[in-house]
Design a protein around this ligand. Sequence first.
Ligand code: ADP
Ligand code: MG
Length: 257
Amino acid sequence: MDNLQEIRTYASTLGLVHTKNELEKLIHSAEAEEESYVTFIRNILGSEIRYRQNKAKEKRIKEAGFPYLKYLKDFDLNFSQSITKKQLNQLNELTWIDGLYNLVLSGPPGVGKTHIAIALAYHACEEGYKVSYTTMQSLMQCLRTSEIDRRSRAKMNRIHKSNLLVIDEVGYLPITATEGNLFFQLISELQEQTSIIITTNKGFEEWAEFLDDAALATAILDRLSYRCDRIQIAGKSYRLENRKSFLEGIGVDDDES
Ligand code: ADP
Ligand code: MG
């Protein structure tokens, strides 16, 4: 076995995937740069660590279960005047996750609630936090079936181990009494371990109605809002204002009918 092959075998045994795959490149670049032994070893270990951190970050993002990605840099603060740049920047520092604070983003459709929730949660993945995204509807389905369905159970296990849980679209669909109770149980279990971002089209005063149980709504909101920031996003729908038309784009007037 030649030296290179032997190094690859060692690297493989030690789980140094990047070093094993990039060995020749690393050696060539060290030769080209006339690196000292010290620099060479530092670079090898450094690039292995960066590779692993990157892999772990990609895994966190994949396993978070985002329906798509959104970034804060693309959020137009001029369009949406209910949240300030300072507020967004402060939220993006993510210290609220360490302090187990929750965040409730409320407002009508299309104002950017999901955009902000996903962008913050994505950044949390980048920064090493374990994140889970779910819609309220899918969460209810998992809570109902976690006893009998392996995938639901896996998702609930992951949620319990997350630093941050995004529950998108709370209040859009009515939920049953059983689901309401399971939801309360989950919020209670998570309150000392996981931060929650909720997006909702309902004000807190309307929760009793969609949960169809005033006492339960009070109990859930009591736990959610103990350490909590609420941002109400008002204004017009970004979707409607920036409506795109395929037909107008190719010069066909779709207003004629
Ligand atoms: P909501 O969850 O409040 O219904 P979304 O976050 O889904 O709204 O926003 C609808 C669409 O409009 C998304 O594609 C989102 O990226 C975009 N959008 C909403 N508000 C803004 C904004 N202020 N700047 C840029 N894009 C926005
Ligand atoms: Mg939404």
